[in-house]
Design a protein around this ligand. Structure first.
Ligand SMILES: Cc1ncc(COP(=O)(O)O)c(C=O)c1O
Length: 422
């Protein structure tokens, strides 16, 4: 057995982990009377302990101030969302004027497609990845229909090669070049939800621009998980949800990025509402819409302060930890998990049981494709207080997250899998 396949080795890694105390800032679920090893941060992040106080603060201000809280709350509600921009900008590699926390992910994808998918008779194609998250496909198909187009004619899905689950980067690039002047938008998940594959967003954006198309990304599985430089990569638009790696609770407020070259351009079409109106004259209630020249002008309604208070508590932890340290730990956790799971694959009785289908281009997630006993293994993990994620028909996804997972959690996972009786 490998030297690393050892609880003392994992504990030693935890001792050396400079982020180890952040785990104390989260509520860790308890399953069957035992603190769970939680690997579902790619589905629903854990609750920051600061969330309750953050919500209570707003409830108290509302109780004490009523409508006056818009201006006189400790964190005035009229500008509440503005606190998020600098924090989200650091996580996404954007400028603060390029990001805004608002709405939900699929809603935002629609709003962005309304702005950036403006098909003409000659340029109308959309490229996306095959097996994208279904909501994205539904959104893209209905966007095509909105413009009177047949989705089958408008959308080109890039599939993995025969016998593989990985989508080859060269195949995306080749498709962009083939579509050429027909291509309107590339809209791909930055990290594929099923395999955990990370796409080269910079190269995809460069190629899309070379044929005059727009590049947008669904960052649901990317934000807070991988290194992002949206502005420097010249990405046109992106959207994400916040309940996964950003720990904002079920249905937590999502967010968008729009490159400043588009938001500052008054000719960029946007669906509008009063919260996107120039702030100095918003309350004059004039009929003419004057857009804020930033991503904020896509925010149509005033912010849902009470639910956003959760995200603020979480983003403060990101700020304290810093993205470089979080990314460094994520790489180490993932490598450790990969190493131990490959060791399990070689144990007697485990040969051919599962494959790791996550390509080398990855964040913290690992997807294990089971060739036998997948569901039984998932249930066995749960019985042993290990919470992973089951995807039909036979994939277990695990995501060791820097803010609250330990190397000991990873060891527990591998050891438990290795103790499975066939
Ligand atoms: C990649 C991806 N896109 C879209 C969605 C849908 O998100 P929402 O329900 O917040 O619109 C999800 C949800 O998990 C997702 O993972």
């Amino acid at each position: 057995m490998l030297l690393e396949f050892n609880s003392a080795y994992a504990e030693n890694l935890d001792q050396k982990d400079l982020l180890r105390d952040f785990r104390q800032q989260f509520h860790l679920p308890v399953l069957h009377g035992k603190t769970a090893a939680y690997f579902c941060g790619n589905s629903l992040g854990l609750q920051p302990k600061g969330a309750e106080a953050s919500i209570s603060k707003e409830l108290r201000d509302w109780a004490n101030l009523g409508v006056e809280g818009h201006v006189f709350a400790e964190r005035p509600w009229v500008s509440y969302h503005e606190q998020f921009a600098p924090l989200l900008a650091k996580i996404t590699g954007a400028k603060p004027n390029e990001v805004v926390a608002m709405n939900a992910l699929t809603v935002n994808l629609h709003l962005l497609m309304v702005s950036f998918y403006r098909p003409t008779t000659s340029r109308f194609r959309i490229i996306c990845e095959q097996k994208a998250f279904p909501s994205d496909i539904y959104a893209l198909e209905s966007q095509a229909k909105l413009h009177g187009l047949d989705p089958k004619m408008a959308i080109r899905e890039i599939a993995p090669r025969e016998g593989s689950v990985e989508i080859h980067h060269e195949d995306i690039i080749e498709a962009i070049r083939e579509e050429g002047e027909q291509l309107a938008v590339v809209m791909i998940g930055g990290v594929n939800y099923y395999t955990g594959q990370v796409f080269d967003m910079q190269a995809i954006t460069r190629e899309a621009h070379a044929v005059g198309a727009i590049a947008g990304f669904d960052l649901a599985h990317a934000i807070g998980n991988i290194e992002l430089h949206l502005h420097d990569w010249d990405v046109d638009f992106a959207a994400w949800c916040s309940y996964k790696y950003l720990n904002s609770g079920p249905g937590g407020v999502a967010g968008i990025y729009i490159h400043e070259k588009h938001s500052s351009n008054p000719n960029t079409f946007r669906l509008t509402g009063w919260w996107g109106h120039d702030k100095s004259s918003r309350f004059k209630m004039d009929p003419e819409f004057i857009p804020i020249p930033t991503a904020e002008s896509w925010q149509m309604s005033n912010a849902p302060v009470i639910s956003m208070a959760v995200q603020l508590a979480s983003l403060e932890l990101f700020e304290q930890a810093g993205m470089p340290a979080l990314l460094d730990k994520a790489r180490k956790l993932n490598s450790y998990a990969d190493l131990l799971l490959r060791e399990v694959q070689n144990l007697p009785g485990f040969e051919g049981m599962f494959s790791i289908i996550t390509p080398a281009s990855r964040g913290c997630q690992l997807s294990l494709l089971f060739h036998r006993d997948g569901r039984k293994m998932f249930d066995y993990l749960l019985e042993n207080s290990i919470i992973a994620d089951w995807r039909e028909p036979n994939v277990i996804r695990i995501a060791p997250v820097s803010l609250y997972n330990s190397f000991t959690d990873v060891f527990r996972l591998a050891e438990t899998i290795s103790s499975f009786k066939h």
